[in-house]
Design a protein around this ligand. Structure first.
Ligand SMILES: [Zn+2]
Length: 461
C-alpha cells in the first residue's frame, strides 16, 4: 500500500512539474471586418481549441491566435474557407519566450538585488527581495506592507512611499501584475518605485511627494510564479476549487485551475465580457470578490479610505497601447456615466501626448467598450464605481502585438521611460484641474467657482 501511495505521489509530482511546451507554436493575426466575421471568430474560440491572445473581438481590430504545429494548416484553412485571412505574426513562440527569459551574461543568480537595472524580467522572489532592500535603503520614506496571502500561501507584498507624513494623507494605489503573463506590468511598477525614490526630475518629485503611494507590482503572485515555472501563457490566479474537464473546448484541464482576477471585483460582476466557465480565460469566479487577491486589494483600499483620501487607482496590463478610462461596459453617449469622464479624458489625452513625444509610441484613450471590448468586474471599474476614487486609469502597455506578452527585455526601459513621462504629465494636468489636494479640495474649488459666477451674474443685473 505504502509503495502504491509513494508511486502515485511520484507520478503526481512529475505531472505537476511539467513545463507546458509551446515548441513550434505560431501566432497568427486575423482582422474581422464585418459582424459576420466577428461571429466566425467567436465560433472558432468556442470550438477549435486555439489559444486566443485577445478576450473579445470587434470589427477592424486585430485578433491574435496561437496554434500548435499540427493545427496550423487547419487554422489557415478554417479562415480561408470563410473568406478571411490568417496572417503569420510570430514564427516560433518558444524561441521568443526563451529570449524573454534570457539574462545578460553579466547577471548572475546571486547578484545584489540593488543592482537591478531593468535589463531582464525579474522573478517574484527577486521583486520581493528588491522591495525589502528599498525599504532598508530608504527607512524614513519606504515601508513594505503585506495585504493578504494567496491560495498557495504567497504574500501579496507592496511598498508604501510616504515623503510628507501628512496627517491628512492623499493616497495613490498602483495595481501591477493582476494578469500573470503580462510581465511588463510588474517591471513597470518596480520602475515607478525606483523613480519615486530616486529621480531628481521636478515633475517626478512632485508626483512622488504629493501622494502617499501604495505600489503592488505583483497582485497575482501565484499566477506570476506559474507563468515562470509551468505555463508562460498563464493569465488567471491559481485557485483550483473549480477544477473540471476542459476537453470539450479542446483545452487542457489545467485551464480550469484559476479565476480571472480582472473579472472578479464586485462591481457589475459578470454582467458582460466575462464567463462562468472555469476553463475560460475570463472566468469570473464563484461571485464578486470570491478570490483572496481581489478581497485583499479592496479591503486595503477601504482601509486607506478610513485614514485619508484615495485619489489615484492606476492599473497596469499589456498589451495594445491603450489608456482605458472607466467604465469598461459603456460606449457612445454612455461614457459619461463616470462622473468626471471629461476630466479623465483630458488628463489621459495630454498624458499620452507626452508619452508619445519620447519614443513615438502611440496610445489610444477611451473606455474599453469603445476602443477594445466591453468588460465587467475589473479592478479599476470597481475603484471608480465601488470605491468612488476620482482618478482611475488602466494602462495596456507595449506593444501593438508584434511580440505581445513576449515583449523583448530590451523594450522594458523605453516602455517604462515613456509611461513615466505620460504619468507625470497626467499628474500635472490633474493638479491644474484641482485634484491634487483631495477630492474634497476639488469640491471646494467647484463651490468657489459657483459663488464667483453667481456674484458676477448679480453684478451684471
Ligand atoms: Zn491584463
Amino acid at each position: 500500500m505504502y509503495f502504491r501511495v509513494a508511486f502515485l505521489v511520484a507520478i503526481l509530482a512529475i505531472v505537476n512539474c511539467e513545463y507546458v511546451s509551446y515548441n513550434n507554436y505560431k501566432v497568427y493575426k486575423v482582422k474581422p471586418e464585418t459582424d459576420k466575421e466577428v461571429e466566425i471568430l467567436y465560433d472558432a474560440e468556442k470550438e477549435q481549441g486555439y489559444l486566443f491572445w485577445d478576450e473579445g473581438f470587434r470589427r477592424g481590430r486585430d485578433v491574435r491566435i496561437m496554434v500548435a504545429p499540427e493545427k496550423q494548416h487547419e487554422l489557415v484553412k478554417y479562415f480561408s474557407e470563410r473568406g478571411m485571412t490568417a496572417e503569420l505574426m510570430l514564427l516560433d513562440f518558444e524561441r521568443s519566450a526563451e529570449v524573454q527569459r534570457a539574462r545578460p551574461v553579466t547577471v548572475t543568480r546571486n547578484q545584489n538585488v540593488r543592482n537591478y537595472a531593468w535589463e531582464f524580467y525579474q522573478t517574484l522572489d527577486e521583486i520581493y527581495e528588491w522591495m525589502d532592500a528599498m525599504a532598508e535603503d530608504y527607512p524614513n520614506v519606504a515601508e513594505v506592507v503585506t495585504i493578504g496571502t494567496t491560495e498557495e500561501n504567497r504574500p501579496i507584498k507592496g511598498l508604501v512611499i510616504d515623503f510628507k507624513k501628512s496627517e491628512n494623507p492623499v493616497y495613490g494605489f498602483i495595481e501591477g501584475g493582476l494578469h500573470a503573463r503580462e510581465w511588463i506590468s510588474p517591471a513597470m511598477s518596480t520602475w515607478i518605485i525606483k523613480e519615486f525614490l530616486t529621480s531628481t526630475d521636478p515633475g517626478v518629485r512632485t508626483m512622488a511627494e504629493d501622494i502617499v503611494w501604495h505600489i503592488f507590482p505583483v497582485t497575482n503572485p501565484d499566477g506570476y510564479v506559474y507563468s515562470f515555472t509551468d505555463d508562460r501563457m498563464w493569465r488567471k490566479n491559481r485557485n483550483k476549487a473549480h477544477f473540471t474537464s476542459c476537453s470539450q473546448w479542446n483545452l487542457p484541464d489545467d485551464a480550469s485551475n484559476g479565476v480571472d482576477l480582472n473579472r472578479n471585483f464586485g462591481f457589475l460582476w459578470n454582467t458582460i465580457g466575462a464567463s462562468l466557465n472555469p476553463c475560460a480565460q475570463t472566468f469570473a469566479g464563484a461571485s464578486g470578490f470570491s478570490e483572496k487577491e481581489s478581497i485583499a486589494i479592496s479591503n486595503h483600499i477601504n482601509s486607506l479610505q478610513q485614514s485619508g483620501t484615495v485619489l489615484y487607482y492606476l492599473s497596469y496590463h499589456s498589451f495594445t497601447q491603450l489608456l482605458l478610462i472607466p467604465y469598461s461596459h459603456v460606449s457612445g453617449a454612455g461614457i459619461l456615466e463616470a462622473d468626471n469622464y471629461g476630466d479623465l479624458f483630458e488628463i489621459g489625452i495630454m498624458g499620452m501626448d507626452k508619452l508619445t513625444a519620447l519614443h513615438n509610441t502611440t496610445y489610444t484613450v477611451g473606455t474599453s467598450a469603445d476602443i477594445l471590448y466591453p468588460v465587467s468586474g475589473s479592478g479599476f471599474d470597481w475603484a471608480k464605481g465601488g470605491a468612488h476614487i476620482p482618478l482611475v486609469f488602466l494602462f495596456e502597455l507595449r506593444d501593438l502585438g508584434e511580440y505581445g506578452f513576449l515583449l523583448p527585455p530590451e523594450q522594458i526601459i523605453p516602455n517604462n521611460e515613456e509611461t513615466m513621462d505620460g504619468m507625470v504629465e497626467m499628474h500635472r494636468v490633474a493638479r491644474s484641474l484641482g485634484y491634487h489636494r483631495s477630492s474634497a479640495g476639488s469640491i471646494v474649488n467647484s463651490m468657489l467657482l459657483l459663488i464667483v459666477s453667481v456674484v458676477a451674474a448679480l453684478r451684471l443685473k
